[in-house]
Design a protein around this ligand. Sequence first.
Ligand code: HEM
Ligand code: NAG
Ligand code: NAG
Ligand code: NAG
Ligand code: NAG
Length: 249
Amino acid sequence: MQFLALLALATACVAGPIASRAAIKPYVKPKSTDLRSPCPMLNTLANHGYLPHDGRNITIEDFGKAIFESTNWNADFGIFPATAAFGRLKVSSINLSDLNSTLGGEHPASLTRKDASAGDSNSVDAARVAQLLADSRTSFLTIDSVAKTRNHVDAISKPPPTAAELGVAQGEAALMLLLMRDTYVSLPVNENNVTTLRAPKDRTRVWLLEEKFPTAQGWRPAEEVVQVADLGPITNAIVGSQAAQGARS
Ligand code: HEM
Ligand SMILES: *[C@@H]1O[C@H](CO)[C@@H](O)[C@H](O)[C@H]1NC(C)=O
Ligand SMILES: *[C@@H]1O[C@H](CO)[C@@H](O)[C@H](O)[C@H]1NC(C)=O
Ligand SMILES: *[C@@H]1O[C@H](CO)[C@@H](O)[C@H](O)[C@H]1NC(C)=O
Ligand SMILES: *[C@@H]1O[C@H](CO)[C@@H](O)[C@H](O)[C@H]1NC(C)=O
């Protein structure tokens, strides 16, 4: 019985790409008592109920599951950063607000948050998002536009980001492009074709400002499981473009 059901599923897979996965769980606006983090992705996962909506008592495994279920990205995208943060914080579960600290992974020179030295480093800053979008003259963010934004926020950051923080921030910029891109197949990207990656501004704006999966703007989960190794070429391309555009470090 089980076996036959599996066989039927396997046949369907061979016949063609999987047309649709489970529907994205609905977005529910956070209440003032719900806790959120400086990470747009984790807040999105909580807003859609893949993580506890109140933002409390979350384990490393919860992050991995939430990311896989919602986006079809390998659970390691959640497990790796969470393991690092939990290790520094020396805890086995967290509230999302615990990440708004240096040990939690918060750093200056964010794309979408003010530096902690300038106020609230935890909630999205509409002015930073507007600048991120304005840095591209087309209706898409690209490797080059995101590299331009990174150079700008690095230059105005107080204090300046450390080398380690710069590396983390470049990885986060790559995560943004990988999540918001308008292609769903043909991963892995590599050095030869990574420059074609583009993130429509309308969906990126909705994701960042509302911390909601921009399904109304055409976003959907990846068709093939996205692997951590897919991120490296994108990060490298951002690093290269920052240097070509005159990064100081
Ligand atoms: C698919 C998984 C993830 C994606 C796509 C993602 C995406 C992002 C992006 C784009 C940023 C940059 C925001 C900015 O510069 O304003 C960011 C920041 C951050 N992320 Fe995530 N993230 C993911 C998983 C995680 C996990 C699992 C953790 C930890 C448990 C985490 C913790 C953070 C923190 C603390 C920041 C703030 C850094 C700062 O101060 O700017 N993220 N994330
Ligand atoms: C984190 O959540 C727990 C309940 O899970 C609560 O006892 C604790 O006070 C919370 N911490 C903060 C900073 O809100
Ligand atoms: C946190 O969750 C664990 C199980 O996931 C549970 O045993 C524990 O009681 C919870 N703690 C709080 C404060 O809710
Ligand atoms: C985040 O941390 C900064 C200090 O680093 C603080 O000023 C801000 O109030 C915090 N925000 C939240 C929502 O916890
Ligand atoms: C990118 O390169 C990979 C590896 O060579 C290839 O499998 C994939 O089809 C390419 N993607 C695009 C969009 O050209």
